[in-house]
Design a protein. Structure first.
Length: 179
């Protein structure tokens, strides 16, 4: 029961302080899940993140489901998933009940503008930190550059890029471990 409560409080906190989608949650997950609680390693979090991007749904919800299942099976997955979406459910319900023209309020528009800038900085920080730790070979640097070029410049769907480099990584890095 203690472990389930820990999953609930951790993912409720993550759901409460995360703005901006999947990439913005990465630094929070690194701090809370990897560094603070040491539930999984950084490499495993990146694996969960990659799989969460490739599966339907919200990245943070998918990661919480995977990690909850990893920690406490089906019940852990349910608790972690529920707790990460609960803050949004509470906030949206409150906003809908109290404010009818929420987006027309000037201070709200300014607040969200500030949040967008902060989220951009969080994403840039997470990308920089992960790139420093995970692009230490020429092959990994090449994959990172090709992925960036494919998605940002050529506008290839991230799904296709993930599939192509997932298969490439499985063959290339899998064969290196076998040797």
């Amino acid at each position: 029961m203690k472990e389930l409560w820990s999953l609930f409080t951790t993912f409720f906190l993550i759901g409460s302080i995360t703005f901006g989608g999947g990439y913005a949650v990465l630094p929070i997950l690194l701090r809370e899940i990897v560094q603070k609680r040491k539930w999984i390693g950084e490499e495993e979090l990146l694996d969960y993140f990659a799989v969460s991007q490739a599966t339907p749904g919200v990245i943070c919800v998918n990661i919480s489901t995977f990690l909850g299942y990893h920690r406490k099976g089906f019940l852990g997955a349910v608790v972690a998933t529920f707790s990460v979406v609960l803050p949004s459910l509470i906030i949206i319900t409150t906003i809908a009940a109290v404010l009818t023209n929420f987006s027309d309020i000037l201070w709200v528009q300014h607040a969200f503008a500030g949040i967008r800038v902060a989220v951009s900085a969080l994403i840039a920080s997470a990308v920089w930190n992960l790139a420093k730790k995970n692009t230490r070979t020429a092959v990994k640097i090449g994959i990172a550059l090709l992925t960036f070029a494919g998605v940002a410049i050529v506008s290839i769907s991230p799904i296709y890029v993930s599939i192509v480099f997932g298969v490439f990584g499985a063959f290339f890095f899998g064969r290196r471990r076998e040797a």
